[in-house]
Design a protein around this ligand. Sequence first.
Ligand SMILES: Nc1ncnc2c1ncn2[C@@H]1O[C@H](COP(=O)(O)OP(=O)(O)O)[C@@H](O)[C@H]1O
Ligand SMILES: [Mg+2]
Length: 283
Amino acid sequence: MTRPVLEIVQLGKTFSTAGGSHEIVKNFNVEVSEGEFVCLLGHSGCGKSTVLSIVMGLSSATVGGVCINGREIQGPGLDRGVVFQSACLFPWRTALDNVLLAVQQAHPSKSRKEQIALAQKALTRAGLADAGERRPTEMSAGMRQRVGIARAFALDPKILLLDEPFSLLDALTRMDLQDQLMRVWDTERKTVMMVTHDVDEALFLADRIVMMTAGPAAGIGKIISVPFDRPRTRADVLNHRDYYWMRDRLTNFLEEQGEIQKSARSPQVAGPERVMVRPAFDL
Ligand SMILES: Nc1ncnc2c1ncn2[C@@H]1O[C@H](COP(=O)(O)OP(=O)(O)O)[C@@H](O)[C@H]1O
Ligand SMILES: [Mg+2]
């Protein structure tokens, strides 16, 4: 069996603040295979970004660690492309120039002409063939996020890490960008770990969904495989006989975890049965 590209091993994170130390994530273990699309699903505040930022190399683990191709990461690297809720573009640079920066990092020995061609190709794949000359202020939020996705793919990273990349967009733009991401992923088959709290997004995009329990000391509640064939369209997914059944179970899991989170936040109103951690459902 080939070794997974990404291994998150016994990961734990504790933040120390003036108010004391807070164990946010505990005993988190996931392996991701080459070309696999994994979604990390969980309630707001459970620790999804904490896990992903450690995988990005932007934050260090308190316990355990992250390996890529068998080597423990020591910080950020060109092997990982990242996309956040907002695209974080350089405002004085055009869309093409923003993507070009990534191409120059990934392919420093190519000629400028080749680099521009690669940047343009990445923009085109992200649905922005004609927007290369626009600056971020001349683009909608959805277009800026497309540039962010184009930039991440242009790095040609081993792994793409996306932290709720569509959560600030309106519903139609979000669906549009999900479709676009699916099309680009279908041609490139990058290894992806994407954080979301949107059940439908996870079911549409992922091969596997890793569901996080409510914090504090959040871990993995359940990992499920998504059975929908690839390439998949939204209609295929919606019409699949398992779709509503799976959706129900994911939603129930999130509701359960939401109750646990509420109980943990207001212990004075929680009876003993409310603070008991219920086992995750079985699929
Ligand atoms: N740098 C930090 N210092 C202290 N606490 C933090 C820090 N970053 C995140 N947290 C806390 O960790 C918890 C999980 O945060 P986060 O990983 O952002 O959740 P999610 O992405 O699932 O919404 C939250 O309670 C948050 O307040
Ligand atoms: Mg987050």
